[in-house]
Design a protein around this ligand. Structure first.
Ligand code: FES
Length: 171
């Protein structure tokens, strides 16, 4: 169940838009930041706050790579698999990363540190092949860079929430 603070922030955020539905994506980010991911019951709670059907929330959650329906690791690595990155070796890079973490794409390492997600274009094609490590765009990436990238990521706070309660007018 979402905290009163998060529920209140979501309701405050809705007031900023002529149609409160426009606040759905930032609201989902807040909910995800609290729960860690967006299980169906959380999606239902958000839907109730927006007076919309849970299927509409589910459609948004499943459309965007940045929303997670399953628990994720402390750090989330999105590896772009789209055409510019693919042409410059993204497949090999993704495989090498997964081998290193002993997982397949879409899963989390046994120590809970890293989740790897194969993503569509992340809008940094000029840096192909690239990856988004928590909130940091890195590229072009070579397989030899992976150890250093993972070590550096571990120093960071983990995957971020792009909105906060202060933005919603509820610090
Ligand atoms: S194709 Fe990889 S960032 Fe655009």
């Amino acid at each position: 169940m979402l905290s009163d603070k998060t529920r209140h922030s979501i309701l405050e955020m809705q007031k900023r838009y002529p149609d409160k539905r426009s606040a759905l994506i930032p609201a989902l980010h807040l909910a995800q930041a609290e729960v860690g991911y967006l299980p169906l019951e959380t999606q239902q709670e958000v839907a109730t706050l927006f007076d919309i059907d849970a299927n509409e929330v589910h459609a948004v959650v499943t459309f965007y790579d940045m929303f997670y329906e399953e628990p994720v690791g402390k750090h989330v690595i999105h590896v772009c698999k789209n055409v510019s990155c693919m042409l410059r070796g993204a497949d090999g890079l993704l495989n090498a990363l997964c081998r290193k973490l002993n997982i397949t794409a879409g899963h989390t390492s046994a120590d809970g540190e890293f989740t790897v997600i194969a993503s569509e274009c992340l809008a940094a094609c000029d840096r192909a092949p690239m990856m988004l490590v928590d909130d940091t765009v890195i590229g072009p990436v070579q397989e030899d860079d992976l150890d250093a990238i993972l070590a550096e990521a571990k120093k960071g706070p983990g995957h971020p929430c792009p909105v906060d309660h202060a933005e919603a007018g509820h610090a």
